[in-house]
Design a protein around this ligand. Structure first.
Ligand code: ZN
Length: 231
């Protein structure tokens, strides 16, 4: 959906966002779907810069990174305000996805019991990212608005077709920095819809848990440094 040129431009802009802690804002790429736009707390006219779907193409890699960078950016601002924070807590707002309340709570529990260096916690204000729900032909995805803020969109139809907690936990995996790997087996959470609708595994495998722990070890500063190194 984004040309490589646009992705590159977006990536550079998001690098500035991450390093500058929100000094720049991007307004590139495709529009936010109507269902998400309606609930989007961002200023009117904001556009999505990228998205990462539950199942899709390699192009979603750009969306994975953009979303993770948006979350990092939000967490970084809080860490900067309170440098003594030892562990990284990522706060989410689930109030805009009431249908998926239990799936979102289960997803947070799954991740919090699977990894140790980063924790997910619900909040109703000042969240690092927000869950939304609605209908979108692209299915569920993690994305960013035009202002460096990440959100997860949960599609009704897809969540009926696939195991809903797996979908939610998969999308939440993007929050923690994991990319899609659709060719992987059902035992991988980030294989998403790749293994088909019969796959109901809701837990990250050992490699995925290890990758998240490594990414967030010693807190956010290292996570940002590693993120920048992978560019
Ligand atoms: Zn995905």
């Amino acid at each position: 959906m984004l040309s490589s040129r646009m992705r590159s431009k977006t990536s550079r802009r998001l690098l500035a966002l991450t390093l500058g802690f929100g000094l720049a804002s991007a307004a590139l790429g495709t529009a936010v779907p109507a269902s998400a736009r309606q609930a989007d707390p961002a200023p009117a006219g904001s556009t999505a810069v990228a998205s990462a779907r539950y199942s899709g193409s390699a192009e979603d890699t750009a969306g994975n990174k953009a979303f993770f960078e948006a979350v990092l950016n939000s967490v970084a601002k809080k860490q900067a305000a309170n440098p003594s924070l030892a562990s990284v807590t990522v706060y989410y707002n689930a109030s805009q996805a009431p249908t998926f309340r239990s799936q979102i709570a289960s997803s947070a529990s799954i991740w919090n019991s699977s990894v140790s260096n980063v924790k997910l916690q619900a909040t109703t204000s000042g969240a690092d990212f927000t869950y939304y729900e609605g209908n979108d032909s692209r299915g569920s995805y993690a994305s960013t608005n035009g202002h460096g803020r990440g959100y997860i969109f949960l599609d009704y139809a897809q969540n009926r077709q696939y195991d809903s907690i797996r979908v939610t936990a998969h999308e939440t995996g993007h929050v923690l920095g994991l990319p899609d790997h659709y060719s992987g087996p059902c035992s991988e959470l980030m294989s998403g819809g790749g293994p088909g609708t019969s796959c109901t595994n809701r837990y990250p495998n050992a490699a995925e848990r290890s990758r998240v722990n490594q990414l967030w070890v010693n807190g956010l500063a290292k996570a940002v440094a590693k993120l920048n190194k992978t560019r």
